[in-house]
Design a protein around this ligand. Structure first.
Ligand code: ZN
Length: 139
């Protein structure tokens, strides 16, 4: 079961520049900046109620975010849902006929296990599943 929208991922050209906008917009400060070197991406997180905004900056133009920015420009990149057991959800969604980009969970930013669904099986929206690494994800 997908429990809530954990975060929205937004592709930006510069986290430093975009944080000024999002911190002013949301009236809160970024609580974490983290690089995911395997994905060539730098991330920044802001809390909004029960959900988060994740800003994504490419550290390499050939990365997924780099390619997204050059094709589509800045903007909403993915929607991430909180799940209790990511392996169960991967099995369930595969059985439902969804195409998964990651068929087993991988390490993501912000202490999460993650897996992405291919947007061609989700009506054009890139969907991320994420599970808090220490079990419960009551955040
Ligand atoms: Zn994300």
């Amino acid at each position: 079961m997908l429990r809530k929208i954990e975060h929205l991922g937004i592709a930006v050209e510069s986290i430093e520049e975009s944080l000024k906008i999002y911190e002013a917009l949301l009236g809160t400060s970024c609580y974490k900046i983290e690089s995911v070197e395997s994905e060539f991406v730098k991330t920044a997180f802001l809390q909004v109620g029960e959900s988060k905004i994740e800003l994504l900056e490419a550290t390499n133009p050939d990365s997924a975010i780099g390619k997204f920015l050059s094709k589509k420009g800045k903007g909403i990149h993915h929607i991430a849902f909180d799940v209790e057991d990511i392996e169960d959800e991967i099995r369930r969604l595969t059985a439902e006929g969804f195409e998964l980009i990651h068929t087993s969970p991988k390490d993501g930013a912000d202490n999460k296990l993650i897996a992405f669904l291919h947007p061609k099986s989700t009506d054009g929206v890139l969907v991320e599943l994420c599970q808090e690494k220490n079990g419960s994800s009551k955040s």
